[in-house]
Design a protein around this ligand. Structure first.
Ligand SMILES: Nc1nc2c(ncn2[C@@H]2O[C@H](COP(=O)(O)OP(=O)(O)OP(=O)(O)O)[C@@H](O)[C@H]2O)c(=O)[nH]1
Ligand SMILES: [Mg+2]
Length: 430
């Protein structure tokens, strides 16, 4: 490090150093020795260092990582809703186009999947063939107007039983998670004065490219949250974010156990998350950084388990003989925080994305949640580190589209992040 003495001296042999003299006269009083100047600078750096340390103590840098579509940007949107005063009407309007594009992408995907699935599905109402043609030809055009004709056609197709059957097989192709939400809401969305609400905004899907940073203050603590693109070609940009990170928040789409990656159809999404987690846990630049795991998309996981159409066992054969180590009652509201939060209030329950589960389904969901969590925890074995810092992983079950759930999880991790941070800056000795 450049010492104050070196900075002050330039050449240690110089005997005198003088302050700039504006009236071009040199008086004895503003002549200081290099030694004195060096002491002044040392003092200044100490003071600055102290202020920097104070600032660092109150500044947490959180890096959101995880595979594509795991829910990172959705967490950032929730931070804006919870800690940055939410969205203005002007900002809400900017999401209208994204919602329209999400609807278009969803219906185009469903229509192509009808014939591409093996075995294929077909329209229940053959008179809709013209609508299919419209979607295939007009709705895929680069410059496309979202006309009434488009919304009428989408609505008719979405109500078709054949299209619904195709939707139930969405794990066999690439459909955005919010497809059903927006397609069910077309009546409202197509209105000329439609203004997206918070739930509409957190449901939108836009792939992140690059690194996006957001700042907010909670109880006098500055949070800098970094959101990165999670698809494979985006991950080389992550490295630049690794320095000075307080904690990594690793987001996992738990519901992805029966789907493949958008960018590589030979890779299972949950397996990709596990591999990615493994590589980050072992990354040499992150050896002093603890990891908070957000086991996300618990609502979709619950829907999949309740449907009985798909099982973890098909994709992860060791699930069959897995027995959770806990003896927690599977319907314990403390464990199912998302479900129980929703149950507190009948209205919210109705609006909740969570299905009502019977006891057997709850037990199965409990097993699935524990299994996925344990797979990540097994990869987080602490290695011996030279410092006294003990690196840990902290798993949490989340549902990023549920503002109350994110509030609850963020509150309970906030204090722990702060402890982790103080621990870390103590170890690194700024
Ligand atoms: N139902 C449900 N949908 C979710 C949840 N979390 C995120 N989503 C939806 O999943 C989609 C993808 O979420 P994003 O936040 O864009 O994912 P990301 O990790 O930022 O993806 P990249 O930017 O590609 O890395 C969005 O449409 C979200 O609304 C969840 O817990 N439940
Ligand atoms: Mg994103």
């Amino acid at each position: 490090m450049m010492t104050a003495k070196k900075m002050a001296n330039g050449s240690a042999k110089d005997t005198k150093w003088s302050e700039p003299n504006h009236d071009d006269t040199t008086s004895e009083s503003n002549l200081v020795t290099a030694e004195e100047r060096s002491q002044q600078i040392d003092l200044y750096l100490k003071k600055e260092g102290h202020l920097y340390k104070q600032y660092m103590k109150k500044t947490m840098r959180l890096l959101l990582v995880g595979a594509g579509e795991s829910g990172k940007s959705t967490i950032v949107k929730q931070m804006k809703i919870l800690h940055k005063g939410g969205y203005t009407d002007e900002e809400r309007r900017t999401f209208i186009h994204v919602i329209h594009s999400n609807i278009r992408e969803s219906i185009v995907t469903l229509i192509y999947a009808l014939s591409n699935l093996k075995p294929p599905e077909s329209l229940a109402d053959p008179s809709l063939h013209e609508c299919v043609e419209y979607i295939r030809t007009k709705a895929t055009a680069t410059h496309f107007e979202f006309t009434d004709e488009f919304f009428d056609i989408v609505q008719r197709l979405w109500e078709d039983e054949g299209v619904q059957k195709c939707f139930l097989r969405a794990n066999e192709f690439q459909l955005i998670d919010s497809a059903q939400y927006f397609l069910d809401k077309i009546d409202d969305i197509r209105e000329p004065n439609f203004l997206p609400n918070d739930q509409d905004i957190v449901r939108t899907r836009q792939k992140t490219t690059g690194v996006l940073e957001t700042h907010f203050i909670v109880k006098n603590i500055n949070f800098h949250m970094l959101d990165v693109g999670g698809q494979r070609d985006e991950r080389k940009k992550w490295l630049q974010c690794f320095s000075d990170v307080t904690a990594l928040i690793f987001v996992v789409a738990c519901s992805g156990f029966d789907t493949v990656l958008r960018e590589d159809s030979s890779q299972n999404r949950l397996q990709e998350s596990l591999d990615l987690y493994d590589s980050l846990w072992n990354n040499r630049f992150l050896q002093d950084t603890s990891v908070i795991i957000f086991l996300n998309k618990q609502d979709i996981l619950a829907i999949k388990v309740a449907s009985g159409r798909t099982s973890l066992e098909t994709y992860f054969p060791d699930y069959k003989d897995y027995i959770p180590s806990e003896t927690v009652d599977p319907v314990d509201p403390g464990f199912f925080c998302c479900v129980s939060e929703a149950r507190k209030d009948k209205q919210r329950r109705k609006e909740s994305a969570f299905p009502a589960l019977d006891i057997a389904e709850s037990r199965e969901l409990f097993k699935a949640k524990c299994f996925i969590r344990d797979r990540f925890q097994a990869k987080s074995a602490s290695k011996s580190s030279q410092s006294s810092f003990v690196r840990r992983c902290y798993p949490h079950y989340t549902c990023a589209i549920d503002t109350e759930n994110v509030r609850h999880v963020f509150n309970s991790t906030k204090d722990m992040i702060q402890r982790m941070h103080l621990d870390k800056i103590g170890v690194l000795r700024y």
